[in-house]
Design a protein around this ligand. Sequence first.
Ligand SMILES: Cc1ncc(COP(=O)(O)O)c(C=O)c1O
Length: 395
Amino acid sequence: MDGTKTFQINPANRMTGLPTQFFAGLVRKANAQTAKGRDVINLGQGNPDRPTPEHIVKALQDAAPNPLYHRYPPFSGYPFLKQAVAQRYKEDYGVDLDPEKEVAILFGGKTGLIEISQCLLNPGDICLVPDPGYPDYWSGVAIAGGRMEYMPLTADNAFLPDYDRVKPDIADQAKLMFINYPNNPTGATADGAFYERTVEFAAKHGIVVASDFAYGAIGFDGKQPVSFLQTPGAKEVGVEFYTLSKTYNMAGWRVGFALGNSEIISLINLIQDHYYCSLFGGIQAAAAEALTGSQQCVNDLTSAYESRRNALFGAMDEIGWHAEKPSGSFFCWLPVPKGHTSASFSDYVLEHADVVLAPGIGFGTHGESYVRLGLLAPEERLQEAIHRIGKLNLF
Ligand SMILES: Cc1ncc(COP(=O)(O)O)c(C=O)c1O
């Protein structure tokens, strides 16, 4: 170079078309408040606060020295891990899965949720997404150059999409749809009848269903969440995404699965052949231990979240903040007080109560007038957060 021209990096259109990360701003504000030395209670994120159960960590320690795992693993992962997740689905949901044809191992559920759009959508193709919904669906659709059509989730329909409200021409053009129960951000759960309607709608219009079951293990009041794959016909029209992140507090380990329709599973495996060479074998061994070992840790975790939920709602009652209790996931979907938007309320409680809540608008336009609170702190901290908000006299 002659030194007169400045070298320019021109990102691909794919990069400039990515959705903005709404919550990055919230994280910055929370960090700024912490940097001032304030005692910030961060309930705005979805990062499990407890450690991975000991027996799973021990399985990694035992597996780490094994020279077999120091070599490249098989491209689509070790058969023993696929067998382990198939066994768990059989025991928990009575669902039969062929470990080789109907299971793909993922670097966390997130990668699969992005990959499925790349596998199925051509530029301009329509994907139905829930509003409010988990923002990673948008990322995958944007990278694939697809187009999103929103399915509103509102309290009057128990935060389930109403398929009768999807315009028939949009439904006929749609190639993919995302559903997610137990739901982030609303904490709603779905029953078998909803999944039957989903299979019927998908089959009628030729839409592939991506059921995000990230919170599948977390159901309250004695009700185990239902898997989409339990519905007759589900495997013909779609796949389910499962992850160890929430069930076993393994968010940092990055282990997830796509399960169901064998053609979609082979597409996911194919795209992954180009991106990765599967996870470290020691992590796969520990993941298999999580799935096949004692499930007491899962029951304990769910009970802990339920106690936290009850403690939180007890404190909310005291300050006159009324909301529907979540029936699953670890999120509470709470209405903001009169005179506030979701963003102004989140900013206000961060500034005046040092409590971080995620503004609902960050999950879609139908998230406006709600905030999402994660049950990811001990009961006393959750109660303290509500007491601090109570002192602001907003309710
Ligand atoms: C609804 C939902 N789906 C999927 C994921 C992805 O989880 P992971 O990539 O850790 O498996 C999350 C994580 O927060 C989530 O909330």
